[in-house]
Ligand binder design. Structure first.
Ligand SMILES: *Cc1c(COP(=O)(O)O)cnc(C)c1O
Length: 358
């Protein structure tokens, strides 16, 4: 069986050594040695000033909204994983959707300004499939209207914009380290924050607002990462170069095979960005064609995924907004299997089935 992704499992003996250390220390959560070590190593690897590890990416988003005191409306994209929108609604905020660019699949910054009202407090774009947004244009608009910017960077681990981490843009960037992502800690996530004071405040927020043995400074939540998650992260981080290299090989083979095929539209990558090869989406001419391809692949035990489907502006719990690009792409997009050790022979079978049915 071939799935859209395969969780990377590091050397089990190495993981056991970390587990032994955790047992020796008796310290299994609450900002322990493993979490501290992983934060230090990730800061270096990613090239960011501050990082706070948390238990998952969705909580990282929720903490970011509280951290920046968001209220009212937040402008976001309908083309993302459901958590981008559901976390807003969960926190009592109103998602206002701006359509995506049909080439990059990222929020179309040209359509941003017309959605800004007196009630807008922030912009929440997504680096879709690791493809960086036009961060300079978005930041310009945010500054003009005094809005906060949170980037849902769940897919953008290690991505650079003009040679520097893309995670340094905006007030906060949020990462997900779920088992299906390029880099993972089983479940997990992180907040990337530039400003020192915000960073200090976020530290409190993820731990109930506790600042000392007998002091509580404001409201907080429990979003802490535990030591076993961090141990997994340390093991996976050792191998990250190979993971990305393996994915790149698969990605480039797909790219090579599908370039120039008129019936298949590929994502246009931001020229200023590097890639982490986390996804390989194809957009076909109709939903009918998509379902046919999916059926044929599944008959061969190959399971691509309809990422992202449905378009989030059609969710039952949001207000109606038009977003035709997102709607059309959602209906016709398929993310193909891609992971570090997908065998060439298997990949050629996938490519053949698609070419025959497109
Ligand atoms: C995975 C993902 C999330 C949620 O992260 P979890 O760690 O699964 O909670 C949020 N946004 C996007 C775009 C994602 O892909």
């Amino acid at each position: 069986m071939i799935n859209v992704t395969k969780t990377y499992l590091p050397d089990v003996e190495k993981f056991k050594q970390y587990v032994d250390k955790i047992f020796d220390s008796g310290w299994i959560t609450n900002n322990g040695q493993m979490v501290k070590e992983l934060e230090k190593r990730l800061k270096e690897y990613l090239g960011v000033k501050h990082i706070i590890l948390v238990s998952n990416g969705t909580l990282a988003l929720q903490v970011a909204y509280k951290l920046l005191d968001l209220t009212g409306e937040v402008i976001t994209t309908p083309f993302s994983f459901v958590a981008t929108t559901s976390s807003l609604v969960w926190e009592g905020l109103k998602p206002v959707f701006v359509d995506i660019d049909s080439d990059t699949f990222c929020l179309d910054y040209n359509k941003l300004e017309e959605k800004i009202t007196r009630n807008t407090s922030a912009i929440l774009p997504v680096h879709v499939f690791g493809n960086g947004c036009e961060v300079e244009e978005i930041d310009k608009i945010a500054q003009k209207y005094d809005l906060k910017v949170i980037y849902d960077a769940a897919h953008a681990f290690g991505v650079k914009y003009k040679g520097e981490s893309i995670l340094n843009y905006g007030d906060v960037s949020v990462l997900s380290f779920h088992a299906t992502k390029v880099f993972h800690t089983i479940e997990g996530g992180a907040l990337i924050i530039n400003e020192d004071q915000l960073y200090d405040k976020a530290r409190k927020l993820i731990n109930f607002g506790i600042t000392g043995p007998d002091t509580i400074d404001g409201i907080g939540i429990n979003a802490k990462m535990n030591e076993f998650q961090a141990a997994m992260g340390l093991c996976v981080l050792d191998d990250i170069e190979n993971i990305i290299k393996g994915r790149q090989k698969v990605y480039e083979n797909y790219l090579n095979e599908f370039s120039g095929i008129n019936q298949i539209k590929l994502q246009v990558i931001n020229k200023n960005c590097t890639q982490n090869y986390s996804y390989f989406p194809i957009v076909v001419s109709s939903e009918k064609v998509l379902l046919k391809i999916k059926e044929k692949l599944e008959a061969n035990n190959i399971y691509p995924r309809r990422y992202f489907y449905p378009s989030l502006n059609t969710l039952s719990y949001v207000d109606e907004y038009e977003a035709n690009n997102s709607y059309n792409i959602s209906n016709n997009i398929l993310c193909l299997p891609i992971y570090y050790n997908l065998e060439l022979e298997q990949q050629q079978k996938i490519i053949k089935i698609i070419k025959e049915n497109v």
